[in-house]
Design a protein around this ligand. Sequence first.
Ligand code: NAP
Length: 307
Amino acid sequence: MILRNFGRTTYRTHPLCMGGAALGDMPETFAYSVPAEDAHATVRALFDSEINFLDTANIYGDGESERRIGHVIRERGGLPDGFVLATKADRARETGRFDGDRAHRSIAESQKRLGLTHLQIVYLHDFEYCDQEQILGCGGALDVLVRYREQGIIGALGLAAGPIPEMIAYLDRADFDCVISHNRYTLLDRTAEPLIAECHRRAIAFVNAAPYGSGMLAKGPSAYPRYMYREASDALVARARACEAVCQRHGVPLPAAALQFSLRDPRVTATIVGMTRPERIAQTLALAATPLPEEIWGELVDSTASG
Ligand SMILES: NC(=O)c1ccc[n+]([C@@H]2O[C@H](COP(=O)([O-])OP(=O)(O)OC[C@H]3O[C@@H](n4cnc5c(N)ncnc54)[C@H](OP(=O)(O)O)[C@@H]3O)[C@@H](O)[C@H]2O)c1
């Protein structure tokens, strides 16, 4: 796959990005644990692959995702040439506070754990759980992050969150370089569509996270009936089974359709796939390259139309 311009920034990124949430061992979110050695091996395999893009956050596993990634960066003596690492500035885990002071601390923690003074991409993360005045007020978290970008301590500033109308409104609050939406542009949920259109209009890189809805569309609705980090409703499981049946009729894997649904949209700059085993990288590249018949897309829409 060919590297793409990352919006208006100077970065060139692979259409696939590895997601680092589960790498930080978050059993309450993913319903399974990930030992440090598996995480290290997965990051090593990534650094040896054609994928040059990794996404993490200050808060994942209470810092454990950044610590594990930092371990491999140190082992390699720095990031591989041409590699792009994104992290996210987060609220304080215990108090939920996300003011200017907290933004300073979040950046300092990320620098220390990753062993990097320059952070290439930093997203303002999950504003929906926070007091908006703390983030948007004068000297608040957003002002602090904008200043870090002006000073060159961070290379690009992004917005990463959930609720779509609120994210669109946030785009007027700063000159963001990139946006992450998650679980809302998949075979089962297309509510991110207006945000994608708005990012495209503004020439902001749009990054689509969780194309498998946090796992159900990769492992299958019987093996892993969870969507967006919680048990999926019966109706959602039924829609996933309908997608699975369409794929079976065409003899193709469900995760190939789930992944390519995102990859084939030219407005999506990169698609973030969560992986916690080294073999996932080759599997993901193979799923991305699996030939799918054109008519499958219409059938997949029809199969989930009731939801
Ligand atoms: N607010 C935000 O900014 C935000 C929110 C959500 C996500 N994100 C980012 O997006 C990333 C991706 O989201 P996600 O991890 O939640 O969901 P996801 O990418 O939809 O799904 C990840 C799940 O799919 C499984 N999987 C991946 N490839 C597979 C394969 N070939 N075969 C079987 N299972 C496979 C993984 O299993 P294994 O663990 O077994 O590999 C993991 O359980 C996150 O890690 C994070 O970096 C950002």
